[in-house]
Design a binder for this molecule. Structure first.
Ligand SMILES: *Cc1c(COP(=O)(O)O)cnc(C)c1O
Length: 390
């Protein structure tokens, strides 16, 4: 039986020159590790500004919290969204002014709100009565935006259910915020990360419009909408270009709000940093479970605990390249740890050249977001994922 040649669309993810540069750079380094190209992050930032000039960018630090990444974006003029006082401390240490920081986690300890307020943060999200009261006590007079619940349909990495509340509850919270001495400033949502259905923004923006009008009847003028993250990076599954997202979102906004838009904030994480990262990994072992099993197992030296947790349920399908020639062979791909959930892709079959051998390297593209910071401290003794700037 003739088999097809192994073909990987390398040029979709890196030019040959860029790839050769990374190959050379990595030659004498122990795998696994992440390489990050700051220039690509700066380029993504510029693209975002170009396509969404009406939006203020608050980078979601959790996507890639490396100091160098934060500094590059700081120098570009970005604002930042933090989830914890630890991220806040990091930003302050790097010289980011508190006016450029929003506290975007709906789940906060009262003492952490007190700390952030002390440090000068005056923009907070909330979605519950309990959190609102904590804000009133510890961050008096601050601007508060209210997160509405959205379904994450269409997102590869959903963020549904846990965050946001139903518009009816949000309505009550907005009125209460004013009574408690806070400034009800705007609304936010997150349609789910790597959201490939642009229509989800339309649904969420309509809910915002409804709430803007409902509270206006009570004399409260909201001023801001935070469109969250969810903008795409380049994985195996196709997503529209950023330009298409921007155009559609702008249209949804104008349909609901007319000519004069409220202040618009976006909180991109993945779309700013993912494409700038490539993980270099090595094939540890290739084996078969039985003589006539159809599929070989390929074990890499990185897995779910080494930084690829977004392969959970095979949600995020990273493009993975082995630089060998041969016939395409479908395999099951797994990580190196002693936990049986450390399988990367079993249902979705990845193809590699049949000439791939133990000790060969593979290049995992689009890994600049949600990898290094997710890697475990020392599970099985494996050290956390190293990262190098290119
Ligand atoms: C994680 C997160 C983001 C970033 O989302 P991406 O899909 O990575 O762009 C933005 N806002 C909030 C509140 C988040 O929790």
């Amino acid at each position: 039986m003739r088999k097809e040649h192994y073909v990987f669309p390398l040029e979709d993810f890196a030019s040959r020159d860029d790839f050769n540069r990374i190959k050379k750079f990595s030659r004498d380094k122990e795998t696994p590790f992440l390489t990050v190209d700051l220039k690509k992050i700066e380029q993504s930032y510029d693209d975002l500004v170009e396509h969404m000039p009406f939006a203020k960018i608050h980078y979601a630090v959790k996507a890639n919290p490396m100091d160098e990444v934060v500094l590059a974006l700081k120098n570009k003029g970005s604002n930042f969204d933090v989830a914890t006082v630890y991220e806040l401390d990091q930003l302050l240490r790097l010289g980011v002014e508190p006016e450029r920081i929003s506290y975007g986690n709906t789940i906060k300890k009262e003492k952490d709100i007190e700390y952030a307020y002390e440090k000068g943060v005056r923009l907070y999200v909330t979605d519950s009565d309990s959190d609102l009261k904590k804000l009133a006590r510890k961050a008096p007079g601050s601007r508060v935006f209210f997160r509405i619940l959205t379904e994450s349909d269409g997102a590869d990495w959903p963020l549904s259910k846990k965050f946001g509340s139903h518009p009816d509850l949000i309505y009550k919270l907005i009125l209460k915020a004013e009574k408690l001495g806070l400034e009800p400033y705007g609304l936010s949502f997150h349609v789910g990360s790597q959201q490939r259905d642009i229509g989800q923004w339309d649904n969420a923006i309509s809910k915002c419009k409804y709430l803007f009008e409902a509270v206006a009847e009570k004399g409260i003028q909201l001023k801001m909408i935070n469109l969250g993250g969810g903008f795409p990076a380049k994985y195996q599954a196709q997503a529209h270009e950023l330009e298409t997202y921007a155009g559609e979102i702008r249209r949804f906004l104008h349909e609901d709000f007319g000519e004069e838009l409220p202040e618009i904030i976006i909180e991109p994480g993945r779309s700013l940093v993912a494409n700038a990262g490539i993980i270099v990994s090595e094939v540890v072992m290739i084996s078969k479970k039985a003589r006539f099993n159809q599929y070989k197992w390929v074990y890499l030296d990185i897995g779910k605990f080494g930084g690829l947790i977004e392969t959970l349920d095979e949600c995020i399908k990273y493009p993975i390249f082995c630089d060998k020639k041969g016939c395409a062979e479908e395999v099951i791909l797994a990580g190196p740890t002693c936990d049986s959930m450390d399988i990367l892709y079993e249902h979705h079959k990845y193809s590699f050249p049949h000439t791939m051998r133990e000790g060969n390297r593979v290049y995992i593209f689009t890994t600049g977001a949600y990898t290094q910071s997710y890697s475990s401290v020392c599970f099985n003794g494996f050290p956390p994922l190293k990262a190098y700037l290119l």
